[in-house]
Structures are given as C-alpha cells and as structure tokens.
Design a protein around this ligand. Structure first.
Ligand code: TGC
Length: 418
C-alpha cells in the first residue's frame, strides 16, 4: 500500500473526519446539523449499540422481532417523535430523520417498527382522529405501552390501494361492520390497535375509502404471521383477517382529511419521508463495515484497502452516501419550513426512490467486497441488502415513485395501461 502525505489516517479511522457521521462524511455534512440534532442522533446510536448490535444477528437468524425493546424505544422518545401534543415529543422532521438513520444502521426491522408506530398508526390518529381517539391512544403509543399497525395493503391491492376489497358496511344503528383481508401489515400480531382502511362507497354515507380505529381484541379480528421471509427477518409482517368486525359509529376517523385515499396517502408521506433517511443509515453501516474489513483483510500481501479496485468502490459508495444525506437533509429542511419550497408527493418520491436504490446498491457492493465472509451474519451488509428489498418495495415501489414523478413532470397520470 502506498500512502501519501495528504492521507490523514488509515482506513477505518472513523474519527479522522471529526464528523458525527464518521469517515464517510466527505462534504461537510456534519456542519448541516445543530449540536442538539447531533446529540439526539448520537443518543439513538448509543441505544442501537447497546441494545441492537449485540443481538441482531441472532434475532435475524431466528426470525425474531425483539418486542422487549419497545418500552426502551418509548423511553428513548422516538415513537411518534415528530408529532405534537398527546405525550409526543414534538421533534422536527430532521430530528426524526436523524433518528431513523441511526435505527436503520442497526436494522431496517427496528426502523420499520418505529415508522409503523409513529408515521403510520399514530400519525393517522393524530392527523385524522377525534379528540377522544387521540387521547385514548396517542399517549400510550408514545411510550410503547400500546402498539399500533396500519392496514392498507391487501393480497390483491398493493400499488393500487384504490382496488381494495375490504368493505365497511353501515348498520341501521350506526355501527360499522368490517370484512376483508389485509396483507404485509407490520407488527399486526402484537398490535393493540389497527388503523384499517376500508371502502364504504357502496354502503351509504361513508364517502369512499375511510379509516377505522380497531382495537385488535374486537371479535372477528384475526392475524396470521407471514413466515419463511428472506428479508426483514427481525421484524414481523402479517395478514389481518376481518370477519364481520363490528365497531361503534365513533370508530371511524372523522376528519375530512381522511375522506378518500388522501387519508392513508397523507400517512404514507410521513413513512416514506422517514425511509429517505433510514436507508442512508443502512448504507452508512454497510460502508463502515467494509471500510473496517478492508483495512485488515490481507490478500496478495496487502490490505484490501490499499488496492485500487477497493478504493474505487469505496469512493463511489461514499460519494453516493453523501448525495443521499444531502437529499434527505434538503427534503427534511423543506418539511420543517427551514428551507423554502413546498413538500410535494413528487419531492418525497424523489428521495424515497433514489435513496432506496442507492442504499441497496451500496449494501450489495459491500457484501461483494467482503467476499465469502460477507454471506454470514458476522457482517451486516447482506442483512441490510436483504432488508432493503422490502424497504424498496413497501411504501411505494420504484415504479410507483417513478410514475408519481412522471406525473408531476408531465401532468399526465400513467399508472394504468389504458
Ligand atoms: P390519486 O387519484 O392520485 O389520489 C387520490 C387522492 O389522494 C391524494 N393523493 C395524496 N395525498 C397526499 N399525499 C400523497 N402522496 C397523495 N397522492 C395522492 C390525491 O390528491 C387525491 O385526493 P382527492 O382529494 O382528489 O381525492 O390516486 P391514485 O390511485 O391514482 O394514486 C396512484 C398511486 C400509484 C400514486 C397511489 O395509489 C400510490 O401511492 N400507490 C402506492 C401505495 C403504497 O405505497 N402502498 C404501500 C402501503 S404500505 C402498507 O399498507 C403496509 S404498512 C407498512 C407496514 O405495516 O410495515
């Protein structure tokens, strides 16, 4: 290996940049964040280092979601952290993003739990719920005493939720009766409450797709865990079977903002936003893993880090990660109203689409650079890459986001062939 005088330290010297993001920070990302923002990120990183990293390989291997960490996440203050009031922390979008990338540096399954709880279930109640619904559920969900899930996707309605088959029928006494099946619903088997989206249009007064707050103990509510997954193994996804689930009239999310598909889509925006940041954590962790490994792995009489082909890959990965953080930061500051601009669906799609495909590429490249050792759970990149297959797909596939951007660019919707 040849090292010239401009090289401040060796590979793996995580602190040479002085950045809280470590050696990958080539563009002064550290300076984009305030001290309290960085402190929050480091506090979440400390939690991940203590509670997640020592165990994640075992959980992933055994396909176990560590439900015991939920109260810890509540104490950490990350559940519904970007929501105001009702026991929520009222943090900024950027702080939420920083927390998401630290959690996903640990594992996408952990960040997904926090997203489903905060960005989907809690945010549905916070955006669209009655005061009674908010007071009943949000304080308990913020501390992890109550778990929520979000039922939109169905076995035959993924990218096209407008085609959902789940029906809510209004009874003469005002009750609602829900029937249908939801699929790929995170943590539904552990949830105390499910936000279920159902079509009411063919049943009178409901005005299209509406959301319902469903206590999971309600008769007729049943979950089935989806097994044999090759991705997100330290997380749980379920089918929800709704067999004539009878709910009182006030179980509906009453706000006008929840009438029609814009109700769930407003929540998906929040979850997609968190993904823009989260996946950069997985990418950064993959990069760090291979930077460390290449410093000590000797081949042909030299550490891999001293080989040009290794450095070319590391450079490409670092450049892509810097661009991903810059994109996340830009969108986050717009969301917070700190930078000018309007947070549009196309803006969120731009971040979700590109940061997911960049992150999965980095995780796969890192696995390749680890050689055969990279296929075991001793190293994180293949676990991240496998997880990112799910993350890239849920909350809108690449194609959904390409077409959302395409519609914004052209004014023409191209979701259907006709
Ligand atoms: P479209 O006609 O475009 O819109 C219907 C209404 O919704 C409004 N809208 C939005 N509002 C807020 N945010 C957005 N991003 C919005 N996009 C659309 C729109 O203005 C309209 O409002 P209004 O007042 O006129 O009625 O609807 P479309 O059906 O043509 O949309 C097409 C498309 C493909 C963009 C949309 O269907 C889509 O985003 N599909 C992807 C769905 C998706 O991401 N599904 C994943 C859900 S994840 C899940 O269920 C499991 S939760 C995760 C877990 O548990 O782990």
């Amino acid at each position: 290996m040849t090292r010239d005088s401009t090289t401040p330290a060796g590979p793996g010297s995580a602190d040479c940049s002085g950045s809280f993001l470590g050696p990958v920070d080539l563009t002064g990302l550290d300076g984009l964040f305030s001290t309290p923002e960085k402190d929050l990120a480091l506090r979440v990183r400390g939690f991940v280092d203590e509670h997640i990293r020592p165990n994640i390989a075992d959980w992933y291997d055994r396909a176990v979601f560590p439900a015991e960490v939920i109260p810890e996440l509540g104490r950490l203050g990350v559940l519904g952290m970007h929501l105001d009031g009702y026991g929520c922390a009222g943090r900024s979008a950027v702080e939420y993003g920083l927390a998401a990338q630290e959690l996903e540096a640990g594992d996408s399954g952990l960040r997904t739990f926090v997203s489903v709880q905060g960005s989907l279930a809690m945010s549905a109640i916070h955006k669209h719920g009655s005061e009674e619904q908010k007071n009943q559920w949000l304080p308990a969900m913020a501390v992890g005493e109550a778990i929520g899930c979000f039922g939109l996707t169905e076995p035959t309605a993924g990218s096209d939720p407008a085609s959902m088959l789940t029906r809510a029928k209004r009874e003469p006494n005002g009750d609602w009766v829900l029937s249908g099946t939801k699929r790929w619903i995170g943590l539904a088997n552990l949830a105390d409450v499910a936000i279920i989206w159902a079509q009411t249009a063919d049943h009178g007064t409901g005005r299209g797709v509406r959301g319902f707050v469903v206590p999971t103990g309600t008769p007729g509510f049943r979950t089935e865990v989806i097994s044999q997954k090759l991705s997100m193994r330290a997380s749980v996804q379920c089918e929800i079977h709704l067999e004539e689930v009878r709910l009182p009239a006030d179980a509906i999310l009453p706000a006008d903002s929840a009438v029609g598909l814009k109700g769930p889509f407003a929540c998906l925006n929040e979850a997609r936003y968190g993904i823009i940041w989260g996946v950069m954590g997985a990418a950064r962790d993959s990069f760090n893993a291979v930077l460390d490994y290449s410093a000590t792995r000797m081949q042909f009489g030299a550490p891999l880090a001293g080989l040009q082909l290794t450095q070319a890959k590391l450079a490409d990965m670092a450049v892509a990660i810097n661009k991903g953080y810059l994109l996340a930061h830009q969108i986050g500051r717009v969301k917070d109203g700190i930078l000018p601009g309007v947070l549009t669906p196309a803006m969120i799609s731009t971040g979700k689409l590109d940061n997911c495909r960049v992150a999965i590429g980095i995780a796969r490249d890192a696995r390749q650079m680890l050689g055969g050792n990279g296929i075991t759970l001793d190293h994180s990149p293949l676990r991240h890459a496998n997880n990112l297959e799910s993350v890239r797909t849920y909350e809108g596939s690449d194609e959904v986001h390409q077409l959302t951007i395409g519609r914004a660019l052209t004014g023409l919707g191209a979701f259907t062939a006709g």
